[in-house]
Design a protein around this ligand. Structure first.
Ligand SMILES: *[C@@H]1O[C@H](CO)[C@@H](O)[C@H](O)[C@H]1NC(C)=O
Length: 191
């Protein structure tokens, strides 16, 4: 009887340990990378910031993290004003994030292809490196300073002229919409 009791507990213990080791083995780092161009419009010769956010959504630490975005900003076409396009972080804890910013200046007008940045990291438990890619903006237009000033002129005068032109186009339909909504409400009430 006592023997049987002990056997039962030993079995339970073994099953529980098994689950425990399976759970430990299943914890692993999982990284996601989000790339954002902080200015929505790129202008030739004007510095623009690019931000990389690395999230570890896994439940274990990642080590030996290398972020590489040199293919998006080749040095013949861009000047790196600040930061590095190839950078290493020693580690990123589970459920945490880090941010990296690079300031680049497009040397030419036209357009360029913003490619996904490549990130490699290691799961310290297995020592196996993994590769993930960031989001990317795809095709990005680079305007000439003159075009930029003309279209997005920062002068207040420019803005006012623009506002005067678009105001009727914006507010007249809005007026119609409000009036017809009132009419609709009245009709509905009379029932
Ligand atoms: C990123 O990490 C900081 C602390 O380092 C934390 O305050 C913030 O909430 C985290 N953001 C996300 C989206 O996880």
């Amino acid at each position: 009887m006592a023997n049987n009791f002990l056997g039962h507990h030993l079995f339970q213990f073994l099953v529980l340990s098994c689950f425990f080791f399976m759970a430990v083995a299943a914890t692993k780092p999982r990284l996601l990378v989000e790339k954002t161009h902080l200015s929505t419009i790129s202008v030739q010769g004007k510095p623009t910031a690019v931000e990389y956010k690395v999230y570890n959504v896994g439940d274990a630490e990642a080590t030996h993290i290398f972020l590489d975005d040199r293919s998006s900003f080749p040095t013949q076409e861009f000047t790196i004003e600040k930061g590095f396009l190839y950078v290493q972080f020693p580690k990123i804890a589970a459920k945490s994030n880090l941010t990296h910013v690079v300031v680049v200046k497009p040397n030419k007008m036209g357009s360029f292809e913003d490619k996904p940045a490549r990130l490699t990291f290691t799961d310290p438990k297995t020592g196996v490196p993994e590769v993930v890619y960031s989001t990317s903006m795809g095709k990005v237009s680079v305007y000439r300073q003159k075009e930029y000033n003309y279209v997005f002129g920062s002068k207040a005068e420019h803005f006012l002229k623009f506002a005067l032109i678009v105001a009727p186009l914006t507010f007249v339909p809005l007026g119609f919409a409000i009036r017809s909504k009132n009419r609709y409400t009245l009709v509905k009430k009379s029932y």
